[in-house]
Design a protein around this ligand. Structure first.
Ligand SMILES: [Zn+2]
Ligand SMILES: [Zn+2]
Length: 293
């Protein structure tokens, strides 16, 4: 089922707001993308400066690997740096006009793919990389093609979410890692349980002060490094339970403490804020003891 359009002059970089095309070019115009040939139809066609047309998603994926046109190998670094792709409006309109059924079918395939990626519990894309804590900035430099694709898809699905985990060096992760996730919710102590809540407040305040003192006792170069990477230590929360993730300063301290990731990990799984605070206190006490020795 090869379909060609004849006698349509076709300049790939022309949008509809450009002068009409009058000249007749007898080149055959193929409507299938050289990357995803089996679908037999472009989806969101875009054209490179070298004049080759691909589906937008196909071109993006190719450029993740190599900044060259997948067909003629012309360098496309400039086009990539601009991150602006010219949609080939003419091609899109021709397809919509002459092949509406095929286009509907093609769109369905695309939408199914996106729907599958939109579930927030099942098949959550996972970036095997480093530990990330709630509210603590985690700068990522993403260069592997599989992860670039993952992030782009996340941005498209509307959930804009993905998971992160530390990798096990003994495990060889597949290029597309997904997980069935379970959310960890910090258990709230009701204000009505006055005594328990008051206890939590005292613990919260004293661990905060301890952490604050520990940070201020660090040598200046280390302090500056921490500040430039993680920002300043968040302020003490008047109500430690105000945020569902607990106080931001706790996560900041955990990210900053010189702990191995295996030692940091259990803190993320704790459902009790009391346990988390006590754990931080233990680490801080250990740190100050080893230093004073
Ligand atoms: Zn394609
Ligand atoms: Zn090309």
């Amino acid at each position: 089922q090869e379909i060609f359009f004849y006698n349509i002059s076709f300049s790939n970089l022309r949008g509809l707001n450009q002068p009409p095309l009058n000249s007749i070019d007898c080149d055959l115009i193929d409507i299938s993308c050289a990357v995803c040939l089996h679908f037999k139809l472009f989806y969101e066609p875009v054209t490179t400066p070298c004049g080759h047309t691909f589906c937008l998603k196909c071109l993006e994926r190719c450029l993740d690997h190599n900044a060259k046109c997948p067909l003629c190998k012309e360098g496309l670094s400039e086009c990539l740096a601009l991150r602006k792709y010219c949609k080939t409006v003419l091609m899109e309109e021709l397809i919509a006009k002459y092949l509406p059924e095929e286009l509907t079918e093609r769109r369905k395939i695309y939408e199914e793919e996106i729907a599958e990626l939109s579930n927030l519990n099942k098949n959550v894309p996972i970036f095997v990389c480093t530990m990330a804590y709630p509210t603590v900035p985690c700068p990522l430099h993403i260069f592997e093609p599989c992860y670039r694709l993952m992030i782009r898809r996340c941005m498209e699905t509307g959930t804009k979410q993905f998971g992160m985990c530390i990798g096990d060096p003994k495990v060889n992760y597949p290029s597309r890692t997904v997980a069935l996730v379970q959310y960890v919710v910090t258990e709230e102590i009701p204000l009505l349980l006055g005594e328990n809540y008051a206890e939590l407040l005292v613990l919260h305040d004293s661990v905060y002060d301890q952490a604050y003192m520990w940070f201020n006792s660090l040598k200046q170069p280390l302090k500056s490094r921490i500040l430039s990477h993680f920002g300043p230590m968040p302020a003490k929360d008047p109500d430690p339970q105000a945020s569902p993730n607990g106080p931001a300063w706790c996560w900041w301290v955990l990210a900053v403490l010189p702990l191995e990731s295996r030692a940091q990990l259990p803190f993320l799984a704790m459902k009790s804020m009391k346990d988390r605070l006590n754990g931080i206190r233990r680490v801080l006490t250990f740190m100050s003891r080893t230093r004073s020795r």
